[in-house]
Design a protein around this ligand. Structure first.
Ligand SMILES: NC(=O)CC[C@H](N)C(=O)O
Length: 383
């Protein structure tokens, strides 16, 4: 199926750098934080990851859309990226699962994109200057006009976005096979593959809205004494702008509810333990990031999507009101904190852990899937 006829489009960064191309997906105007993803596969998973809410994603892979869009790979109910930037969109979808083209899907979901851009130059610019606000427009292609609007658009620092992407109602993902544990999972922007990975290990997952209280958490599995564990998902926004969920986690830790967190859930775990968070220059987004598990010294190749990180000392124990915290994983590219662990100060038993990357990684790699088994061991009190 050929691409639709496309209009002239313009992309303007907040520092004034301008790129011209043609519209891809919906026509119109959009704003967000410009970030780049180095994943060569998994564009459907990227587009539908709620953590990308209010971000304009630049794909470094030059040819995007080859396998079209199917109904199995979305990570949530819709596309969340605020805009999409590609070099060369595929003109045909070549996959037996494809139901529509990427161009059509972006149009149907009113996602404004731009193609024909020198994405290598744009990525190099973002690497050198850092992630920044951007606008894409097919409505007014005067860079001066668009720049003014970009400068008036929302910043990512300080943005609290979880409520906007979270589920309105709690729901249950049943355990597959024999049910072993019941977990309360706070949806801060959860990806569908996360409860799935738990369910296939015998966990009944009660997904709760981001606004859930300690009572809501404790009501999960109340007939068998409350939840076996608490999980915090990935999600968009600045972890420093969140207080309610940090306090909820502190209250849960004080009650010794075993904890597992992914990505935003790692950052909020860090904050609950008293660490700060900071904005990375341009973040980690892709599926080939090398991370070392500091306990085993084993290196995993992992999927990432984060622009913030936890500020915690590596190779040092930190005493907290909830136990002793340590950094469990680091990124080998930039030594950034990629995982945290909390142990009981007296018994040395694990109380909670979290990682900054994505062990559920629907588009792969699956090196980190062992972390879901670790959550099982934590709830079974084996570690
Ligand atoms: N995927 C995530 O959970 C991202 C967390 C946070 N919004 C960040 O950008 O760092």
């Amino acid at each position: 199926m050929p691409l639709h006829a496309h209009k002239e489009a313009i992309l303007v960064l907040e520092d004034g750098r301008t790129f011209r191309g043609e519209s891809f997906g919906a026509e119109g105007e959009t704003f967000g934080e410009a970030v780049f993803s180095t994943g060569m596969t998994g564009y459907q998973e990227t587009l539908t990851d709620p953590s990308y809410h209010q971000q304009v994603v630049v794909m470094t892979a030059p040819h995007v859309g080859n396998t079209g869009v199917n109904d199995e790979d979305p990570e949530s109910r819709r596309i969340w990226v605020a805009g999409y930037v590609v070099r060369d969109p595929a003109r045909v979808s070549s996959n037996w699962r494809a139901k529509r083209t990427l161009d059509d899907d972006l149009r149907d979901q009113s996602v404004v994109g731009i193609s024909g851009i020198d994405t290598r130059a744009l990525t190099r610019h973002l690497r050198e200057r850092g992630a920044m606000r951007v606008g894409i427009s097919t409505i007014d292609t005067d860079p001066e006009v668009l720049l003014k609007k970009v400068l008036a658009s929302a910043e990512m620092s300080g943005a609290n976005l979880s409520d906007a992407v979270s589920t309105a109602e709690a729901y249950v993902v049943p355990a597959k096979g024999e049910k072993r544990f019941t977990v309360a999972a706070l949806d801060l922007g959860i990806k569908e593959m996360t409860p799935e990975r738990m369910a296939e290990r015998g966990i009944e997952v009660h997904v709760l809205p981001a606004t859930a209280t300690l009572e809501d958490v404790k009501a999960v599995g109340a007939d068998s004494g409350g939840p076996d564990g608490l999980f915090y998902s990935n999600g968009p926004g600045d972890p420093a702008a969140t207080t309610g969920q940090v306090e909820l986690l502190q209250a849960a830790l004080a009650e010794n509810i075993p904890y597992f967190g992914i990505c935003f859930g790692n950052q909020l775990f860090g904050r609950a333990l008293g660490f700060g968070t900071y904005k990375l220059k341009y973040g980690h987004r892709g599926i080939n990031q090398p991370v070392m598990d500091l306990t085993t010294r084993k290196v995993e190749v992992t999927a990432h999507n984060h622009g913030f990180a936890v500020d915690a000392p590596i190779d040092e124990e930190t005493k907290t009101p909830y136990g002793v915290a340590t950094v469990s994983h680091v990124n080998l590219n930039d030594d950034c904190v990629e995982g945290l662990e909390l142990k009981d100060a007296e018994t040395g038993k694990l109380k909670g852990f979290s990682v900054q990357y994505h062990p559920e990684a629907a588009a792969g790699p699956h090196d980190a899937a062992y972390l879901f088994d670790r959550f099982i061991s934590l709830m079974a009190k084996e570690v």
